[in-house]
Write a protein that binds this ligand. Structure first.
Ligand SMILES: Cc1ncc(COP(=O)(O)O)c(C=O)c1O
Length: 395
């Protein structure tokens, strides 16, 4: 049965993280995987999560399945966090939301329902995008096509090229946006550019799908969804894939949500039923633990304000690290690295070639992706000089 199966290469990101773990170099630094690390190099558990978890353990009386649509407090709290109370009230009855195993599950269930809608359209993805989008969406049988997004020369969004490409997106097509903190580039659209995208969606009739894996990691919980809300205000249908992996640190609890904003109540009922049916085919019921914790945090005013303060401190630290890293690189090289401080979220392309990225790995034990994407949130006071030295050594 299995003897003819080929051994597949490891995942491009997880494989490098594993290679770094196995590296005996005492000076190794891992900037590969998208996980927030604190000053001690640990991915911390939020205090608000610890408190909610303690209460849950004391009160939990059953481990019976939760409903296929998920924990209601979580679904309601997250939908409001993403859409905002005002828009949610205005769209009452036409929003369907289903809890999923992480943001990956949300992207996949969204793609499953889009495929079931049989629009015959393609899914437009940014060049580059988070590589996992391709199997998550492609494996349901949707055709993918790229739009130009990041310009390595300016280290920013090539907005003119993006607009030019997306003029080809038609009714029935889906355009996948990163809601904030673009992965892998850190280059985000500004408010004006989001407005142009919303107008194009309205005029051309394509359906926006927004991957929202980093709400709160860019400029703040509200600011990070202004683009998404501009799309909602201008188009009748939007799909959102949200995740609590990063902004609540619930990575391993697989806590996410897919939201369908529909034209009418019947369509909302249909998308919910389709998403639940797709979930049943793939994994049946979502995991409970993370969602119940997140639901508690979102609905308890004290826990919520603690969580918001912790998240805002993380976001502030990432931005401080960005500025510090920019300064050190500029001093060491005399070159302009201002783009690092202008980008949002955890990621940045350093602008190294594949060969340079591989050299810093073998010669210095500095692990970044071949594209030179680094996770800025893995820098700390102990490793930042090593990273600067390694980068300078190949420039
Ligand atoms: C752009 C993007 N979307 C979605 C996800 C999915 O996150 P998860 O499934 O861990 O919630 C990630 C995780 O790294 C991501 O970077």
């Amino acid at each position: 049965m299995f003897d003819h199966l080929p051994v597949l290469p490891p995942d491009s990101i997880l494989g490098l993280a594993a290679a770094c773990r196995a590296d005996a170099n005492p000076n190794k630094v891992d900037l590969t995987i998208g996980i927030y690390m604190d000053e001690t190099g640990l991915c911390p558990v939020f205090d608000a999560v610890k408190q909610a978890q303690r209460a849950l353990i004391d009160e939990e009386v059953t481990k019976a399945y939760i409903p296929p649509q998920g924990d209601q407090a979580f679904v309601d709290g997250m939908t409001e966090l993403v859409l905002g109370a005002e828009r949610l009230a205005a769209r009452k009855g036409v929003v369907a939301a289903i809890q999923t195993p992480g943001g990956c599950g949300a992207v996949r269930l969204g793609a499953e329902v889009l495929k079931a809608s049989n629009s015959g359209g393609k899914v437009w993805i940014s060049d580059p995008t988070w590589p996992v989008h391709i199997p998550l969406i492609g494996s349901v049988g949707l055709e993918l096509t790229e739009y130009r997004y990041y310009d390595p020369l300016t280290h920013g969004v090539n907005f003119d090229a993006m607009v030019e490409d997306l003029k080809g997106a038609q009714k029935g097509d889906i355009v996948l946006f990163h809601g904030c903190c673009h992965n892998p580039s850190g280059a985000d659209l500004n408010a004006e550019q989001w407005q142009v995208m919303a107008q194009m969606a309205a005029e051309q009739g394509f359906t926006p799908m927004v991957d929202l894996a980093y709400q709160g990691f860019g400029d703040g919980l509200e600011q990070d969804v202004h683009g998404l809300r501009a799309l909602i205000d201008n188009t009748p249908e939007v799909v959102v894939a949200a995740s609590c992996s990063k902004n609540m640190g619930l990575y391993r609890e697989r806590t996410g949500l897919v939201i369908f904003i529909c034209k009418d109540e019947r369509a909302a009922e249909a998308t919910a039923s389709q998403a639940k049916s797709a979930a049943r085919r793939i994994y049946s019921m979502p995991p409970a633990h993370g969602a119940i914790i997140a639901g508690r945090i979102l609905s308890d005013p004290t826990l919520r304000s603690n969580w918001e303060a912790e998240l805002s401190a993380m976001c502030g630290r990432i931005n401080t690290l960005r500025a510090d890293f920019r300064d050190r690189l500029q001093v060491a090289t005399g070159r302009d690295f201002s783009f690092i401080a202008n980008e949002k979220g955890m990621f940045s392309f350093l602008g190294l070639s594949k060969e340079q990225a591989q050299r810093v790995r073998t010669e210095r034990g500095l692990y970044m992706l071949d594209s030179s994407r680094i996770n800025v949130a893995s820098l700390n006071n102990r490793n930042i000089d090593k990273v600067v030295e390694a980068v300078v050594s190949v420039l």
